[in-house]
Ligand binder design. Structure first.
Ligand SMILES: Cc1cc2nc3c(=O)[nH]c(=O)nc-3n(C[C@H](O)[C@H](O)[C@H](O)COP(=O)(O)O)c2cc1C
Length: 401
């Protein structure tokens, strides 16, 4: 972990020490079809994370486009209760954005039509899921290996979207030997997709190593539609650096905001040319965590909410003194009252720990050998939708990224 320093406003880690704030007019709003997004910041779809309650907390701090977690078309179209709940929103959310998970153009198209009927303003599709169960059946990150299947998905979604913008989110490829982003981006553009997002890692990398921002610049230089860069935005200054280095049109922020929804405030300030505010101290973090827990409870009911709260406690308290004790205590909460009690006695004045700025949350570490269906690479022109064997409930347990 690099040393970090306190600037007059907030915190900056060493890698960002000399990064200038945005100059007036330096960055433009992100255009996604008819939507105009300022600052050009998108909350990454994250399974088990970017539900309506968390999106609402993020929006309270900043501005941008906040995407739902991946929603399986099969579960949604079959009316699976939990899937429909996860896809749902409330009237105060606008624009409303949903990520679809499907490898079947017919299902994807039908789902888009229904989402648009339901008032959704933006639809994304997940072409980057690296999970074995998914790629071994030709789904997720295996889809872009077959450009004609990408084209069929894009066509079905765009033609059912009635002007609502459709975007595609993908990884660099399966592994370094099988890069797919250039061709998938080209095909997406040809089929009328409004923007593409690139998580600059391969599926083999999962979340390990550093994202390869040069691939984002490469894709940007090849396309005329907006390109969104994704990977390793932990601080607002990373977003400015990524946009300057790659020329991309906007950034997608994933793990950096886990337990740090105020990152969206910092991003909004940096893009406005203002020094970002200091992050909250532990007392303020507790208030945000409790607000988040209440919102989850209201949306999912207390039992489910408190199960989810356990992982949020770990993320919100990461890096604070004695946080491992605190986390241990909070890992067992099953009611809101227990959560409140578990947070008693903290040092409210403790400042946000600089070392937690770039501490990985959610995922990191290992890489993998990607599993594809037997014979999958024999016919790259094939556009037959793969036969996916998991059901909606299983899909929900997946990490979709
Ligand atoms: C817990 C978790 C769940 C994720 N779920 C999804 C998902 O549902 N759909 C998706 O396209 N990507 C998903 N991702 C990947 C993120 O959207 C993003 O591409 C990735 O985390 C890289 O960005 P980051 O370095 O800012 O975290 C997930 C990532 C995490 C950590």
């Amino acid at each position: 972990m690099e040393a970090s320093s306190a600037s007059p406003g907030g915190l900056r880690s060493e890698v960002n020490r000399d990064v200038p704030l945005a100059r007036p007019g330096e960055f433009a709003p992100l255009r996604v079809g008819p939507l105009r997004v300022w600052p050009p910041v998108v909350l990454a779809p994250m399974a088990g994370v970017t539900n309506y309650p968390f999106r609402t907390i993020c929006r309270r701090f900043g501005a941008g486009l906040y995407v739902s977690e991946m929603i399986t078309a099969r579960g949604y179209l079959n009316g699976n209760r939990r899937t429909v709940l996860l896809a749902s929103s409330r009237e105060d959310e606008s624009p409303r954005s949903v990520q679809v998970y499907s490898s079947d153009p017919k299902d994807a198209g039908e789902m888009v039509a229904r989402l648009v009927d339901d008032g959704v303003h933006h639809v994304d599709i997940n072409l980057g899921c690296p999970v074995r169960k998914v790629t071994s059946h030709g789904g997720g990150a295996a889809i872009p290996v077959k450009p004609r299947l990408v084209a069929a998905l894009a066509k079905a979604m765009v033609s059912n979207a009635r002007g609502v913008p459709v975007t595609m989110k993908m990884r660099k490829g399966v592994d370094d030997e099988l890069l797919t982003y250039r061709e998938a981006g080209r095909v997406a553009q040809e089929e009328g997709v409004s923007a593409v997002g690139l998580h600059a890692r391969t599926a083999a990398q999962l979340y390990s190593g550093e994202a390869d921002w040069s691939a984002i610049g490469d894709l940007k230089s090849r396309l005329s539609i907006p390109v969104l860069g994704n990977g390793d935005i932990w601080e607002s200054f990373d977003a400015l650096r990524m946009m300057r280095q790659t020329g991309c049109d906007g950034v997608i922020v994933g793990r950096g905001c886990l337990g740090r929804p105020w990152l969206f405030r910092e991003l909004a300030q940096a893009f406005e040319g203002r020094e970002p505010e200091r992050p909250p101290n532990l007392g303020e973090v507790r208030a945000i965590l409790l607000e988040h827990a209440r919102a989850l409870e209201e949306f999912f009911g207390e039992a489910t909410a408190m199960q989810q709260v356990r992982k949020w406690c770990a993320w919100y308290t990461k890096g604070f003194r004695n946080s491992s004790h605190l986390r241990e205590r909070l890992q067992r909460v099953s009611t809101y009252a227990e959560l409140v009690a578990g947070l008693e006695g903290i040092d409210e004045a403790e400042s946000f720990p600089p070392g937690a700025l770039r501490a990985h949350r959610g995922k990191s570490g290992r890489s993998q050998k990607v599993s594809l269906p037997i014979g999958y690479l024999n016919d790259l022109e094939d556009a037959t939708p793969p036969c996916e064997l998991f059901d909606a409930a299983e899909a929900e347990a997946l990490d979709g990224g």
